[in-house]
Design a protein around this ligand. Structure first.
Ligand SMILES: Nc1ncnc2c1ncn2[C@@H]1O[C@H](COP(=O)(O)OP(=O)(O)OP(=O)(O)O)[C@@H](O)[C@H]1O
Length: 667
């Protein structure tokens, strides 16, 4: 292929930008090919490879010359190069041999598609001129038909200058070197294929499985379905992402689906919740109720597209990756879900147990007792107002302030340096301090025995006898302070785990000494995630736990930065820091101080800068709330009401994978 002007060129095409005139000034008039182009077109060409390189990791590099016309109707050459990093456009400006360049990064490109024409929606962008050209190829002259193939390339480019947002950009390459549409299409498809391959190279996950999407038609102000079809589905189509959509029919629909679906791993590459945090909670707990929860949490990432009224998780992920959120949270979150990048996220295991009704659940956002939980749950009937319901109810509850008596216990996240965080903003917790001991830095779990493995080679909790040392960390962690619970057993229906309390000896001797019922019980228990906490009906140890008793306006624990899209509650929180941020507001706090706190939550300026005896934030690893029996109140986990009574929580670092945007997270 010769690329200099005045020599023959194998491909002749037009490059167009219907949505934005960024690097390319598009003429609104007809496009005219110069001699070079025309001669190329009029000569039937043998298919030539524009592949310049295929690297060992499969990345394809293509480059080709395209032409556009300027207002003087002379052809301007544009060199288009595609490689692993993206698409580069080098264009003559037509003035004094100047070159203008534009780079579209591969991570900003969501996909491409081939077509026989410019899509209708793009034509309205003023590009009808592209359809008609003055010098037509022979075949077009004869048939009066456009035999070109068009490649649409879709990208969402981050504009970080004025307002941080992503702008949709479509580049269209027109292939018309050959005398038949089929041949032109072959070339277009080669580019399309190369974009797919190169995009796949930067993704963590590649595969033909589909995404499982749950859509709650009732979430937020009830427009979930409409929002999905207008804002999500078109992007998924452009990105060529296969998906299976389930519109939830009722409360717990999604939970039951993920709990019962046998072949989750076989059919799906990830699960996306197009809804609020409530549905994400459902899906998460449905997974954790499965026997194969370990395999699922490892292999199936979760994503969220915020169609609810709170949307704390979606907002936190965008914030932590410096991604735009407003004004199009649904679009940006959709781009996040198809970016192919994953990050580990902490879960918090919650135990509640009023009147012997032991209950275990998994939380990703928050636990609330008192003021904020009251506002969230009591304003439920104003759902149609969207997020305004929170403002309205906050004012109401400020006027009639309630306090609750009870006992609060917790383990500080950093025992060495607990003083630093007492009564101060959590910014005092450095990255170094945030780092947990290695044994709790990441969730330790137990691999499933391989298929066909001999039963005798494995302990009943799934641990291989051969690889016993591998799990020493988990076991030694469990032994740290709760060995006294080694004999605590629970009924077969109890969901409480006993894994933490099992010593190697008791596991080994199990088969000979335990009854059949006990062994079933043990096997069930050992499948649950390990915990280091004592059962809720037993007192917390005194060595590393801090316990206090008093009256509280609220105790609210958060493990994401945002509790909702406009509540920047725990600014220091990170997805996988192994920390629960416990915000305590004690009775006696002044109304003005409380109002300042509540008003500052939207900007993250609510926490006192100096030690304060009424408002405190404590980074913890685990906590327990035991409300007094004097009055009933509200307790909420991830915004969902749970039984009012004692509750304990423990962080499980990095237990699930979530879909995150490309780019680096905040430190
Ligand atoms: N078809 C349905 N009808 C009624 N409730 C449903 C349906 N599908 C799901 N739900 C339930 O609705 C509850 C709220 O849903 P979701 O969290 O998605 O929206 P939201 O409450 O508006 O958002 P957020 O939790 O962010 O405030 C969830 O508990 C979910 O189980």
């Amino acid at each position: 292929m010769q690329t200099s002007q005045g020599t023959s060129c194998n491909l002749c095409a037009v490059i167009m930008d219907p949505c934005r005139n960024m690097a390319l000034d598009l003429p609104e008039t007809k496009f005219v090919y110069d001699n070079t182009a025309e001669s190329a077109v009029s000569t039937p060409l043998t298919p030539t490879s524009s592949v310049t390189k295929i690297s060992p990791n499969g990345v394809i590099e293509l480059s080709e010359l395209f032409y556009i016309n300027n207002k003087q109707k002379s052809a301007i050459r544009v060199e288009v190069r595609l490689n692993a990093e993206g698409i580069f456009l080098r264009r003559e400006t037509g003035e004094q041999d100047e070159i203008s360049e534009q780079r579209i990064r591969m991570e900003d490109i969501i996909g491409s598609s081939c077509d026989t024409r410019i899509k209708k929606s793009h034509r309205f962008a003023g590009l009808t001129a592209c359809r008609r050209i003055v010098e037509e190829p022979e075949a077009e002259k004869a048939t009066q038909k456009d035999i070109s193939a068009y490649l649409h390339i879709y990208a969402y480019i981050k504009n970080e200058k004025a307002t941080m947002r992503r702008e949709r950009t479509v580049r269209i390459l027109r292939f018309r070197s050959f005398n038949t549409y089929e041949e032109n299409m072959k070339v277009a498809e080669r580019w399309h294929h190369a974009i797919r391959i190169n995009k796949a190279a930067i993704k963590n996950q590649v595969g033909e499985k589909q995404l499982l999407i749950f859509l709650n038609p009732k979430s937020g102000s009830g427009k979930g379905r409409e929002m999905f079809h207008k804002q999500v589905a078109p992007v998924l189509k452009e990105a060529d992402v296969p998906y299976e959509l389930h519109v939830t029919a009722h409360y717990n629909y999604a939970r039951e689906f993920v709990r019962k679906q046998v072949d989750l791993l076989k059919y799906y590459s990830g699960i996306i919740v197009a809804s609020g945090d409530g549905l994400f909670y459902e899906v998460l707990n449905g997974i954790m109720e499965r026997e194969d929860w370990r395999a699922i949490t490892r292999a199936l990432p979760l994503g969220i597209i915020p169609c609810g009224s709170g949307n704390g998780l979606a907002r936190s992920i965008a914030h932590l990756y410096k991604e735009p959120y407003e004004p199009k949270p649904i679009l940006y979150a959709t781009l996040t879900c198809i970016a192919g990048k994953l990050a580990k996220m902490d879960l918090v295991r919650i135990d509640t147990g009023k009147e012997g009704k032991a209950c275990e659940m998994y939380s990703f956002l928050s636990v609330g007792w008192g003021l904020i939980a009251d506002i969230d749950i009591e304003s439920e009937h104003l759902r149609s107002l969207g997020s305004t319901r929170f403002t309205f109810w906050t004012i109401k509850r400020l006027v009639s302030l309630r306090t609750y008596s009870g006992k609060l216990s917790y383990i500080r996240a950093d025992r060495k340096d607990g003083r630093k965080t007492f009564g101060t903003r959590v910014s005092t917790v450095s990255n170094e301090e945030r780092r947990l001991p290695p044994e709790v830095q990441e969730f330790h779990d137990i691999p499933n025995p391989p298929e066909g493995a001999r039963e005798d080679d494995y302990f009943p909790n799934g641990r291989s006898k051969e690889t016993e040392e591998v799990f020493d960390d988990a076991i030694s962690l469990d032994r740290m302070s709760f060995r006294s619970n080694a004999d605590s057993w629970h009924s077969a229906t109890s969901k409480r785990t006993a894994y933490f309390s099992i010593t190697d000896q008791s596991i080994r001797s199990r088969r000979s000494v335990l009854s059949r019922l006990e062994s079933i019980n043990l096997e069930y228990e050992s499948r649950r995630p390990p915990t280091t906490l004592p059962p809720l009906d037993q007192p917390v140890p005194t060595d590393n736990w801090h316990t206090e008793q008093g009256d509280y306006v609220m105790v609210h624990a958060a493990y994401t930065t945002h509790l909702s899209s406009d509540c920047f509650f725990a600014p220091e929180s990170r997805l996988n820091d192994g920390i629960i941020y416990l915000v305590i507001i004690r009775a006696g706090v002044g109304r003005s101080q409380l109002a300042h706190f509540l008003l500052g939550m939207s900007s993250g300026t609510h926490l006192p800068k100096e030690p304060n005896k009424y408002i405190e934030i404590v980074p913890v690893r685990a906590f327990r709330i035991e409300p007094g029996s004097d009055k009933e109140g509200i307790m909420a986990v991830d915004g969902e009401r749970v039984d009012y009574g004692p509750l304990q929580a423990e962080v499980m670092p990095g237990m699930i994978n979530v879909m995150v945007p490309n780019g680096n997270p905040l430190d």
